[in-house]
Design a protein around this ligand. Structure first.
Ligand code: NG1
Length: 456
């Protein structure tokens, strides 16, 4: 690729503002849409996302001091700078520089950086934010690629793509969310015309060709769900509930089988020494959790700790729902979702779009009922989409708003988009036209861009 979203005039103005920087470069990272496998990644179970041709591009160049300065074409993100040092503190929750900081902090630590070089990074993007299309991780990855180049660390030589994915997945926790590694991994390892099946701990990726006669369409519900803003506590409640359930499984198995059993995440029940089948895990889930919901006192009893300890160690800011915490349903979703991912991979390989679509519909139901991450708008949008000809329709990403992903026979796409525009965007939302509905064209993974007119 030799074109960039960054306007040529912007590039020359920015470069003129610096006196002969020693390193100059441009890099890009695509957004992603998850086809299936929601909230499985941080539990160690698989996911099946694609990269999309909506991207973040960054122009970067070295500075002669220790300042990291940021600018953005989008006026919503004001210019900002911070000092590169051993201790970089996070800015206020939601601040955009936190994504750049997260990459810098992790790279400093991993490569034992001691000279803390400064650089400028300018961002241009056509990737919508807070829509479940992973703009946050795309920004983390562009920042990482920029900083690696500034440091003279070559991707694929000194750090492999899966290694960088793992490093950046952990790094992003700096912004306050407790997500898994799906986004960073597909952004760095996905491919044009492929879905990327990802397994975690350790990361393994498999590229699988997409259907030829069926395509994926993304529809934006238009409801914004900022993970580092109003949705932070809602988003983190998923990982927290799953960690608590994991600890309860561990304690139960230690008492019933062996004191030395260690279960760090739900997938350890399946891929660890115990090697339980998914069916056995679901049975165990029914045995351990005799009720659908538990109060914090009941959870504390199961873990043999005090309610205060439970709050301090696990629950933190998460409020207790009036009916108690739905741990059993959370586990049920994660386990059944993992099996749907495996079946979808098989359906792709066997070129069986109808099975794939049916699994997408089941996934949506499980996300809504068991994981409780849907909204009235996402319910309406998926319902309209199925009526308009989607053979599978589901919310994609963290949930609470954002986008849906829809599988449509190629020849029906136009009709599908017209119908959804009419029924959802115009009738239901009262808008004058569709907003954020597009065919999901897949993209190359994140990389550097060679531009003729600048020496990189
Ligand atoms: P998005 O859709 O980008 O908010 C988040 C997590 C993923 C995964 C999904 C739910 C981050 C960076 N991303 O994605 O790891 O857990 O939710 O499947 O936290």
């Amino acid at each position: 690729m030799s074109t960039t979203l960054i306007a040529p005039e912007k590039i020359s103005t920015l470069l003129k503002s610096m006196r002969t920087p020693s390193v100059v470069g441009v890099c890009r990272a695509p957004g992603r849409v998850n086809l299936i496998g929601e909230h499985t990644d941080y539990n160690g179970f698989s996911v099946l996302p694609i990269t999309i041709k909506k991207e973040i591009h960054a122009l970067f160049f070295s500075r002669n001091d220790h300042i990291i300065s940021l600018s953005n074409d989008n006026p919503q993100f004001s210019p900002v700078s911070f000092i590169n040092s051993e201790h970089i503190a996070p800015s206020a929750t939601g601040a955009w520089e936190n994504y750049v900081k997260s990459a810098v902090v992790a790279i400093n630590k991993k490569f034992n950086v001691k000279d803390y070089p400064g650089f400028h990074i300018h961002i241009s993007s056509d990737l919508p934010i807070a829509s479940g299309l992973s703009s946050s991780s795309a920004l983390v990855i562009t920042s990482a690629l920029a900083y690696l180049k500034i440091l003279g660390i070559e991707l694929n030589k000194k750090i492999s793509r899966p290694e960088l994915s793992e490093l950046m997945a952990e790094a992003e926790h700096f912004v306050g969310t407790r997500g898994g590694g799906m986004d960073q991994t597909v952004i760095l390892n996905g491919g044009e015309n492929y879905a990327c099946k990802i397994d975690f701990f350790p990361i393994k990726t498999q590229l699988i060709p997409l259907f030829e006669d069926f395509i994926f369409v993304v529809c934006d519900s238009t409801i914004r769900a900022p993970k580092t803003g109003s949705c932070l506590s809602k988003y983190n409640s998923g990982p927290i509930m799953c960690s608590i359930a994991t600890a309860i499984f561990e304690r139960y198995l230690q008492e019933k089988i062996d004191k030395s059993i260690k279960i760090q995440r739900l997938s350890d029940l399946w891929s660890g020494d115990l090697c339980l089948t998914l069916k056995e895990i679901l049975e165990l889930n029914n045995t351990i959790f005799t009720k659908e919901t538990l109060t914090s006192r009941e959870i504390a009893n199961l873990l043999n700790i005090s309610p205060t300890h439970l709050r301090e160690k696990w629950l933190k800011e998460i409020e207790e729902p009036p009916n108690g915490f739905p741990l059993k349903a959370k586990v049920r979703h994660v386990i059944t979702e993992h099996s749907r991912v495996e079946l979808c991979r098989d359906a792709l390989i066997a070129n069986n779009p109808y099975t794939f679509g049916q699994l997408m519909n089941e996934s949506h139901k499980s996300c809504a009922k068991d994981y409780e991450i849907s909204t009235p708008e996402l319910e309406m949008l998926t319902k309209i989409a199925r009526k308009a000809g989607a053979i599978g329709s589901r919310l994609t990403g963290a949930g609470f708003g954002g986008c849906t992903i829809n599988l449509i026979p190629k020849e029906n796409v136009e009709k599908f988009m017209e119908e959804v525009e009419k029924e959802y965007y115009r009738k239901y939302l009262g808008l004058s036209s569709a907003k954020g509905m597009f065919i999901a064209e897949t993209a190359d993974p994140a990389d550097y861009i060679k531009l003729e007119h600048i020496k990189t």
